[in-house]
Write a protein that binds this ligand. Structure first.
Ligand code: B12
Length: 191
């Protein structure tokens, strides 16, 4: 155990207030040429180990909740997705992790798993635009699956989620819970 003081709910506080800003600095340092890509990579790997260690375990109670999926649609930035999954599992949701699959493959998995809400996490703008393809294939298949997006491009541009055809966006894992409940008509929330 790396940091036994931070587990459960306050793990998200530690991630929000310390780990995420530290990674932001590291990204800026790489951007300015102050550190090499290998150093950025190693720093992110260390953060991943800490995050894995402090995140809460899943809740055993699964009641009346929509089936969720999550993907980065090709983006290789995984930490945000990992945090969202852990938070929703600790609230009792079933979350299918589709890694960095392309939209066509995500749609196939959504149909197989009867996913009602697909969450998309991207840090790169080009992958944020892949949501358009996801929405278009879902619609042409007659699927009613809702799309919730999150990640840096959607925070920088508050209209982007609409532009790419998502049904909603959320700023972080905790906010995604309210958004899921609203999209599902408010009757499938945690107990
Ligand atoms: C770590 C890192 C990497 C690692 C990723 C390792 C991994 N397995 O995840 C590595 C080294 C592989 C990498 C690669 C690249 N990266 Co990089 N990377 C970062 C860095 C430093 C940190 C990202 C991170 O993990 N943040 C911490 C997590 C917790 O934050 P988060 O993802 O934003 O998630 C939070 C919220 O956004 C939200 N959220 C996220 N997703 C979702 C989804 C939903 C549904 C909801 C509700 C909420 C939500 O909740 C989370 C928790 O609060 C950022 C710097 C930065 N400013 O972000 C650059 C950064 C994102 N990378 C960048 C770039 C350019 C790249 C590369 C092209 C080049 C490079 N540096 O290697 C490649 C591209 C890879 C690819 N094709 O996808 C740029 C992106 C610029 C842009 N927007 O276009 C950044 C901003 C660096 C910079 N300052 O230029 N990177």
């Amino acid at each position: 155990m790396i940091c036994s003081k931070f587990t459960g709910d306050n793990a998200f506080e530690l991630i929000r207030n310390i780990i995420a800003p530290a990674l932001e600095n590291i990204g800026d340092m790489w951007n300015c040429g102050e550190i090499a890509l290998s150093q950025e990579y190693m720093a992110s790997k260390m953060c991943e180990v800490i995050v894995e260690d402090i995140l809460p375990s899943e809740s055993s109670s699964r009641k009346n909740q929509p089936i969720l999926g999550i993907t980065t649609l090709g983006d290789e930035h995984m930490l945000g997705k990992r945090i969202v999954i852990s938070f929703l599992k600790s609230c009792g949701f079933d979350v299918h992790d589709y890694g960095d699959m392309a939209p066509e493959n995500v749609v196939r998995k959504i149909a197989e798993d009867n996913v009602q809400v697909i969450l998309v996490s991207t840090l790169m703008l080009n992958f944020a635009h892949e949501v358009k393809k996801l929405r278009s294939i879902l619609e042409s298949n007659g699927s009613g699956t809702k799309i919730i997006v999150g990640g840096a491009p959607f925070m920088f541009d508050p209209d982007l989620w609409r532009e790419v055809g998502a049904h909603a966006m959320a700023n972080d894992a905790t906010e995604s819970l309210d958004v899921i409940c609203k999209l599902m008509g408010g009757n499938t929330c945690v107990n």
